[in-house]
Ligand binder design. Structure first.
Ligand SMILES: Cc1cc2nc3c(=O)[nH]c(=O)nc-3n(C[C@H](O)[C@H](O)[C@H](O)COP(=O)(O)O)c2cc1C
Length: 215
């Protein structure tokens, strides 16, 4: 037996905070699909460095090019404006121990805020694009803006596709599975899986990876 959820908002779904379903589709918590968490770094118009915690995305390409597809970036963010203006951005993968510092960059998010200072991150310049990178990240990915598409057409979010130009990897993370997966490696967001029987909400969770099998 399967529980069927359609496009219309299921009336029995309870929100965990008043604006939850003003911000997110009910399909998000219906499926609860984990995605990797990272920080997007850019320059603000006034020259201050910006950090944006991000989750909805995937990474792929063919032999000619590799892309960072940030499937859902809110258009009201500094990051969206910065990417449209600068035509580039960097992606920084940090382990779960940096979660709280990344949240600090959301709590301190004014135009005048140096968000590297807010998160206590060390700034380096990217090698191939005009964007700052977080030195503490175990992978930095430098991207030029390939395309922007408002998938729903509602003017709320946009899919930003970046073409990867350069990747820097911390030497300690360059040999096999050690470090890159597990507590010191990639962290993932599990979006609050709704109880599809009772409609009760749940908390979001932050996960790391356990290798089960080799292919
Ligand atoms: C765990 C987590 C994941 C997030 N993922 C995204 C995301 O995928 N897309 C997005 O637009 N905002 C996301 N946010 C919210 C942004 O981090 C937040 O709006 C931030 O303040 C934007 O920064 P900026 O205005 O400096 O660009 C996430 C927040 C958290 C805590």
């Amino acid at each position: 037996m399967k529980i069927e959820i359609g496009k219309d908002f299921p009336k029995y779904f309870k929100a965990s905070y008043p604006e939850e379903f003003e911000l997110f589709s009910h399909f998000e918590v219906t499926a609860g699909i984990p995605t990797v968490l990272f920080a997007v770094t850019t320059w603000k118009e006034n020259g201050k460095p910006n950090v944006c915690f991000h989750s909805w995305s995937c990474f792929h390409g063919d032999k000619t090019a590799f892309f960072a597809v940030m499937g859902n970036l809110y258009q009201h963010t500094h990051t969206y404006s910065n990417i449209q203006r600068e035509k580039c951005f960097c992606i920084n993968f940090l382990p779960i121990s940096y979660y709280d510092k990344l949240v600090d960059t959301i709590k301190q998010n004014e135009m005048e805020t140096d968000e590297f200072e807010a998160g206590n991150f060390t700034l380096s310049n990217a090698k191939t694009v005009h964007a700052p990178v977080i030195r503490e990240a175990f992978i930095n990915m430098e991207c030029t803006l390939h395309s922007t598409q408002d998938l729903s057409g509602a003017g709320i979010t946009a899919m930003i596709v970046g073409q990867v130009q350069h990747v820097s990897v911390d030497k300690e993370y360059t040999q096999g599975y050690k470090k890159r997966y597990g507590k010191e490696g990639f962290m993932l967001l599990i979006p609050a899986p709704q109880d599809l029987v009772t409609g009760e909400p749940n908390q979001s969770a932050i996960a790391t990876i356990i290798i089960e099998k080799f292919d």
